[in-house]
Design a protein. Structure first.
Ligand SMILES: Nc1ncnc2c1ncn2[C@@H]1O[C@H](COP(=O)(O)OP(=O)(O)OP(=O)(O)O)[C@@H](O)[C@H]1O
Ligand SMILES: [Mg+2]
Length: 337
């Protein structure tokens, strides 16, 4: 167990005309070096907010209200990312921590050839490695082959590539300076399902070769289930469950995770056997008393689940590194086994 990122009590707020929203509420979680981690949850649960918190890209009306994000570097040094100035953090971007997000394709500059994107990125962050232009282009060609693109696209402009090709180009670009951590926020959502699987397969191979720590944020459980080592589940800004993928999938400890698993459609299953979770997530401005999932929960009792005093704010370990926020987790396990 070698954490590369330790997130402690992270709180991220957005000021709106109707009040303050806490989109990431007291999230504490460890990401381990070399793992592929999936963070899942419905739309609005706070996945992108968490990603932006780690990347320190939260901007007004948002702000980090509390917490620490300890980054344990490969050289043994530890830094709190939240204590870095923007200038200090920018030195880590691309070289240590990098990202690919859903609309990443749009970040390619339409007036620049693909090779210029690689050269500019390397030159802007070239302090440590001092690569020559020839070395950059050789490395870019290798990375493009890794994402199954031909080297000749280095001479293309972004508009000459399909959406899937652009997304693969961005993945190659993000790996150029050999970062330790890559955060992928819905990296395949805008793509057709075959291309989604193709890209996931490429990422899996890259992980096998580099052991880079990968953190996937997605609402699509089915697409990442086969590649991740650990799964974190978010609901209404809170991390409600975290554990090894086989435990979380087969023996969920939180009723929300159980609901998500039952809601995943499969073409082979009888569609009627899928059960949507009743209702909708509450408005973050009007959270229910006690457990936030309570109004939608099949187990919710009057006592512990509705009492603000007894409810835990932080996940606790139940077994085998599986963490939960649900005080009634034993009942969920009984129901699922
Ligand atoms: N710039 C902003 N201003 C105000 N509220 C915001 C802002 N960005 C996010 N939020 C709020 O924070 C909450 C979490 O949003 P976030 O984008 O993190 O969710 P998500 O889990 O990534 O959803 P999705 O699956 O749709 O991408 C939502 O209630 C959203 O309305
Ligand atoms: Mg999002």
């Amino acid at each position: 167990m070698d954490p590369i990122l330790e997130i402690k009590n992270l709180c991220i707020d957005f000021k709106t005309n109707h009040g303050n929203i806490r989109a990431c509420d007291d999230v504490s979680i460890n990401f381990y070096r070399g793992d592929i981690i999936g963070i899942i949850g419905e739309s609005g649960s706070g996945k992108s907010t968490l990603a932006s918190g780690i990347l320190k890209t939260i901007s007004a009306p948002g702000k980090i209200a509390n917490g620490e994000i300890l980054y344990h570097k490969n050289d043994g040094n530890t830094i709190d990312l939240l204590k870095l100035s923007d200038q200090e953090y920018s030195k880590l971007r691309w070289t240590n921590i990098t990202t690919v997000f859903q609309a990443a394709q749009n970040v390619l500059n339409p007036t620049l050839r693909i090779k210029d994107h690689f050269i500019e990125t390397a030159m802007a962050h070239n302090e440590k490695r001092k690569l020559t232009k020839k070395q950059i282009l050789d490395k870019s060609a290798t990375l493009l082959r890794q994402v199954r693109l031909e080297e000749r696209i280095l001479d293309s402009y972004p508009h000459q590539l399909s959406g899937g090709m652009k997304q693969r180009t961005i993945i190659a670009l993000s790996l150029l300076l050999e970062p330790d951590i890559i955060i992928l926020d819905e990296p395949t959502t805008a793509l057709d399902v075959i291309t989604q699987w193709y890209i996931i397969d490429i990422l899996k191979k890259i992980h096998e070769e580099t052991r880079i720590t990968m953190i996937f944020m997605t609402h699509d459980v089915s697409i990442i289930g086969s590649v991740v080592d650990r799964i974190g589940v978010m609901y209404c800004g809170q991390m409600v469950e975290y554990g090894k993928v086989e435990d979380v999938f087969k023996k969920p400890s939180h009723p929300y995770t159980y609901g998500l698993m039952n809601a995943v459609p499969s073409l082979r299953d009888d569609i009627a056997s899928r059960k949507a979770i009743p209702g909708y997530p509450p408005n973050l401005l009007e959270l229910p008393k006690g457990c936030r999932f309570g109004p939608r929960c099949f187990l919710c009792g009057d006592g512990i689940c509705k009492s603000e005093e007894i409810l835990v704010k932080e996940m606790f370990e139940i077994e085998n590194e599986q963490l939960t926020l649900c005080p009634a987790w034993k009942k969920v396990k009984e129901k699922c086994l």
